[in-house]
Design a protein around this ligand. Structure first.
Ligand SMILES: NC(=O)c1ccc[n+]([C@@H]2O[C@H](COP(=O)([O-])OP(=O)(O)OC[C@H]3O[C@@H](n4cnc5c(N)ncnc54)[C@H](O)[C@@H]3O)[C@@H](O)[C@H]2O)c1
Ligand SMILES: N[C@@H](CCC=O)C(=O)O
Length: 558
């Protein structure tokens, strides 16, 4: 048999396999508790000690080869103990990024021609490695490098990342199964090709799961990727890449480059073969990258896909009928877990005067005072430090400005200290002015602004919540009165892409609350869902006619 005939047969077999197999039905990875005395706690503590004792060389992976970037070196430290260096990495140069782009291009054809099941198996295997032998490593790296408590690491670098990988395979299979109608004599098919170009994934510091999902989701759909994690998440990203490789990801499919990303936007976003951006991070960075892409529009072979999940000014609004205990728990967990550094974190709360003056103020202050931050290797603590010196300085400046602001009262907190780690106290600020910048600016730290409204002004305050900030990511209403809940649904319909009723607006779960927001919060392509995966395919409609006409006349022509 000739080589061409053999190739055609092989291709036919691939199409058939894509059409008939099924994939494992995903279930959410159970969250481990790490309770005192448990074996899982001991095992994790051992791994933390090992990672702390090591000084990692945090390399790039380009075309399957590890190498330190050619630019300026930088240290990766523990935010809660910034004198403790976990690893050394370096800024990617233009040459490094050029090599990563070349590696992505050269791996593209073979990877896209691999049957879907073979690609899916790589990521399902990665999920199992993360759930098993790599769980402690990824959790320890996330705790040490990003200053997460054990609970916050477990729901991120274990459960959410594993869920992304398993659920994406399930959703991708559903996309492939979505086929057009055929009529007698013709067969219509939809082929879900990857994009006609490589994808750039640029990822934030705050979620190891997001950092792993952004390159792997397009790769699952057959794309090759240049992935740039952020320096402060480099340790966990390093191990995530290691898992992908151990799971059998071929060289060049995901190419990790290190550093602040300037060379990535200069080289990869200016390449003719750039096919799409998968971004999560601040609104400012996303807008800057979008503008750069727009400036290069005439360079590209295709219109690039742009997916970005960005900042938030997430809220809780409570009706006078709200349950006070549940409300306080939601504000404190929502605002102060992971030091307020979730894009979904509560950073503004609108509370009715009747509750505020009948115990809510004192209860909120008392519970907030119990929140302790420190070295996250102490499992009794609630949280750690903010991510770096820049974040610390932003919070320090804000706290010192509110000290002398007559429009703001500090209910609790207000202190900060960066001698050992970048610590900012859990802080509740109260202002009578709902138009104060505290209610519109994303600070991304453990600070929540409270506005107390008159009970009769509920509808008006809902309108204020809607119009105060440029963002529309997450939000929650607390009420027992169903009419109040319905009013909130109506007025706040576009104020949050993830809306919660009587629950905190953080902690979405893959497969349960697909995540993302609109307005200044992003393109709302819902990470970990079919909506996101659809952005990484370029469908081709194929019609095959079995017995094509041989006569150009139509019946009306007689
Ligand atoms: N909506 C969501 O799903 C979501 C999830 C997590 C975080 N976030 C948002 O992310 C932000 C916090 O993350 P961050 O501090 O890492 O954000 P960031 O915007 O500072 O950085 C994000 C990424 O962009 C890179 N970057 C910055 N400048 C660049 C440039 N010129 N060229 C190329 N890359 C560049 C960074 O190195 C990093 O990898 C917050 O605003 C938060 O709300 C949003
Ligand atoms: N899934 C997370 C997303 C956080 C973003 O930073 C949450 O819902 O809290």
């Amino acid at each position: 048999m000739g080589r061409t005939a053999h190739k055609a047969e092989e291709q036919e077999a691939r199409l058939t396999m894509d059409a008939v197999t099924s994939v494992p039905v995903p279930v959410n990875e159970p969250v481990r508790t790490y309770a005192p005395g448990s074996a899982e706690r001991e095992s994790l503590q051992r791994r933390i000690a090992e990672l702390e004792a090591d000084k990692h060389e945090l390399t790039q992976t380009i075309g399957g080869r590890r190498r330190l970037a050619g630019g300026e070196p930088f240290d990766v430290v523990q935010p809660h103990d910034h004198g403790h260096v976990l690893g050394v990495s370096a800024q990617a140069t233009r040459e490094d990024v050029g090599d990563a782009v070349a590696a992505a291009k050269s791996a593209a054809r073979e990877w896209s021609e691999l049957p879907f099941d073979e690609r899916a198996a790589v990521f399902l295997r990665a999920a199992d490695l993360m759930a098993g032998p790599y769980r402690d490593t990824l959790n320890a790296a996330t705790m040490l490098g990003q200053s997460k408590s054990v609970q916050q690491a477990e729901i991120d670098s274990a459960c959410e990342l594993i869920d992304f990988l398993r659920f994406n395979v399930h959703y991708a299979r559903r996309i492939l199964a979505e086929q057009p109608n055929s009529v007698p004599g013709a067969w219509n098919r939809m082929e879900y090709r990857p994009l006609d170009g490589f994808v750039v994934a640029i990822t934030p510091f705050n979620f190891t799961a997001i950092a792993g999902n952004l390159p792997s989701a397009p790769a699952l759909m057959g794309n090759t990727v240049v992935w740039k994690p952020t320096p402060t998440q480099q340790l966990a990203a390093h191990y995530t890449m290691q898992v992908f490789e151990e799971a059998g990801l071929p060289p060049g499919v995901i190419n990790l480059v290190t550093g602040d990303g300037h060379a990535v936007s200069e080289v990869a976003l200016a390449d003719r073969g750039f096919g799409g951006l998968h971004f999560t991070g601040s609104t400012t960075t996303f807008k800057m990258l979008w503008r750069r892409i727009a400036d290069n529009l005439d360079t590209y072979a295709s219109y690039p896909r742009i997916v970005g999940e960005t900042g938030g000014k997430d809220f809780i609004v409570a009706h006078p009928s709200a349950n006070q205990d549940k409300l306080v728990t939601a504000i404190v967990r929502g605002a102060f877990e992971y030091q307020g550094q979730k894009c979904s974190a509560v950073s503004r709360a609108y509370l009715p005067r009747s509750l505020w003056e009948n115990g809510l103020r004192e209860q909120l202050a008392d519970v907030t005072r119990t929140v302790k931050y420190g070295d996250i290797t102490d499992f009794s603590l609630f949280g750690g430090a903010v991510i770096n010196a820049r974040a610390f300085a932003k919070h320090r400046d804000l706290l010192s400005s509110v000290d002398s602001d007559p429009a703001v009262n500090v209910l609790v907190g207000g202190g900060c200290d960066d001698q050992i780690g970048y610590f900012v106290e859990p802080t509740v600020l109260v202002s009578e002015n709902p138009a104060h910048t505290l209610f519109s600016t994303e600070y991304f730290g453990p600070i929540v602004a409270v506005h107390v409204y008159e009970d009769g002004d509920y509808e008006r305050i809902l309108e204020t919540v809607d119009s105060s900030a440029e963002y529309a990511l997450t939000g929650a209403v607390f009420a027992d009165d169903r009419r109040a809940i319905q009013q909130a649904h109506r007025v706040l319909r576009y104020t949050a892409g993830n809306f919660y009723v009587n629950d905190k607006p953080t902690g979405s779960i893959v497969g349960q609350q697909p995540f993302g927001g609109s307005r200044g919060s992003g393109t709302n392509d819902k990470a970990g869902s079919m909506f996101n995966l659809l952005r990484w395919v370029s469908p081709r409609a194929v019609k095959e006619t079995f017995d094509a006409p041989t006569d150009i006349t139509y019946p009306h022509m007689g």
